[in-house]
Design a protein around this ligand. Structure first.
Ligand SMILES: [Zn+2]
Length: 179
């Protein structure tokens, strides 16, 4: 799926944390989900995350230079990477840098990317370093990256995170609000 679809679905993935895993709703959850939903494509130089910049500084470029040595949709889209990221997060948690909530929403956002890419015909190298491609659907019915289903997910994702804010923060932040 394309970058903006990962961004939207990653933001909407905050629902999984709050509604399914019963994590407290936090304002930044969709943002963390969206950011980490971009992480797997750090293996591609043209990807959104590799080109994110603040005042011209591309913070993720050094990582991209390392991870682009791996095949696209290989290591960075694998269980090994997921576990590595989680362990790094755990370290951050125990060292007091991040909260358990942050770690959870970040991992859910990251996982949403793998799930979406696994729907496409190309699949992902989920079991890296074993060189097999993992797909959730038979190839013939797998939706193409950039196609109609991709756009559909983009819409669903955007509605999803907007609803997250409306449901969890709407009524309390609009003066005299609610509907
Ligand atoms: Zn990807």
């Amino acid at each position: 799926m394309i970058g903006k679809t990962h961004l939207a679905i990653g933001a909407a993935s905050a629902w999984i944390g709050t509604a399914v895993l019963s994590l407290p709703a936090v304002f930044w959850a969709p943002m963390v989900g969206a950011l980490f939903a971009l992480v797997p494509d750090i293996d591609a130089s043209e990807a959104k995350i590799s080109n994110l910049n603040y005042k011209g500084i591309q913070f993720f470029r050094p990582f991209q230079m390392v991870f682009s040595n791996f095949k696209h949709r290989g290591f960075c889209h694998s269980i090994v990477f997921l576990i590595g990221l989680y362990l790094l997060g755990l370290y951050g948690f125990y060292a007091g840098f991040i909260s358990a909530g942050f770690l959870s929403f970040a991992m859910i956002g990251y996982a949403s990317h793998l799930l979406l890419d696994a729907l496409t015909p190309a699949g992902i190298g989920l079991f890296w370093p074993i060189p097999i491609k993992f797909r959730l659907l038979p190839r013939v019915i797998s939706p193409k990256t950039g196609g109609f289903v991709d756009s559909l997910f983009w819409i669903v994702g955007n509605v999803g995170w907007l609803l997250y804010y409306l449901v969890y923060f709407g009524a309390s932040t609009v003066p005299g609000g609610g509907f």
